[in-house]
Write a protein that binds this ligand. Structure first.
Ligand SMILES: [Zn+2]
Length: 282
């Protein structure tokens, strides 16, 4: 299976020094939204996460909320959608038959409406939380406009053999066995990582279970303080976030040869993995 790495949405939160670890505190920082587009042999194209959607870019503060639009600079770009990037790669968006969401936060699920025909795989607890929006933070992070088109939900829970000691959701309906979900709540109630086997290795899209490569890469510089604060601020369960870090660090340490663990928003990991994949695709 071929895997393309998409930077769907260049998030530019304020304070470069605090989110990137260097540079001016006044300059805008740089975070990516790292998504995958997978070419499967018989199940069409599969997207892992969707960034924000076309309609979000036309009306960032209306659809994403004023705070998010300001904090990330969503309106200022350069911003990209999954739909535009699928087309830019020469594919027909209709061939995106499945979307697997790590979770349904606005910066991961905003593009669902651009692929209304696709089956959307998500943890059942994430779907019910996003639809219930029971708390104030949940009303901020989950936007009803992103689900107004009535996604073709296909929910999962843990099922089948564990994966490197983690609970796993295998047999995602309609997807090949090389794609599975690894439920890991903490950032949100139904957050899951997504594992993809390509060229004999696993890529683990850790979503927002980690915000910075230093969690899984020993030689990386320490996590910038602003990012650490942000991660704690938006977490549903901070204790679980810490425990998840330790488990993913142990996975990377013990199985680094077989598994590459990456964060949705780390620009350094994105650039490195995209360059590697592009070299292989050539
Ligand atoms: Zn996120």
């Amino acid at each position: 299976m071929k895997v393309h790495h998409l930077d769907l949405f260049t998030m530019c939160p304020v304070g470069r020094r605090f989110v990137n670890g260097a540079g001016s505190a006044l300059a805008r920082g740089h975070l990516v939204a790292h998504a995958l587009l997978i070419e499967t042999p018989s199940d069409g194209l599969v997207l892992v996460d969707t960034g924000v959607g076309e309609a979000d870019l036309r009306d960032p503060s209306g659809r994403l909320g004023g705070a998010f639009a300001w904090f990330t600079g969503a309106a200022k770009g350069p911003t990209r959608t999954a739909l535009a990037q699928v087309r830019a790669l020469g594919f027909d968006p209709r061939d995106v038959r499945h979307i697997v969401c790590t979770h349904l936060d606005l910066d991961h699920a905003g593009g669902l409406g651009d692929f209304p025909w696709a089956t959307v795989h998500v943890h059942h607890r994430e779907r019910s939380t996003a639809e219930g929006r029971a708390t104030l933070p949940e009303r901020e992070r989950y936007r009803p406009v992103h689900f107004a088109h009535g996604p073709k939900w296909q929910t999962f829970g843990a099922s089948g053999e564990p994966w490197f000691g983690f609970e796993a959701a295998r047999d995602l309906k309609g997807l090949p066995p090389e794609i599975l979900a690894v439920p890991l709540d903490g950032h949100s109630r139904g957050h899951a990582c997504v594992a993809v086997n390509t060229r004999g290795r696993w890529l683990l899209h850790a979503g927002d279970a980690i915000f910075h490569r230093s969690v899984v890469e020993r030689e990386a510089p320490a996590m910038p303080p602003g990012l650490r604060v942000f991660e704690r601020l938006v977490a549903f369960d901070r204790a679980k976030v810490g425990a998840n870090h330790r488990r993913l660090a142990a996975l990377a340490e013990a199985h680094g040869e077989a598994v590459t663990v990456f964060a949705a928003h780390d620009p350094v990991q994105f650039e490195r993995m995209k360059a590697q994949a592009d070299a292989q695709l050539r």
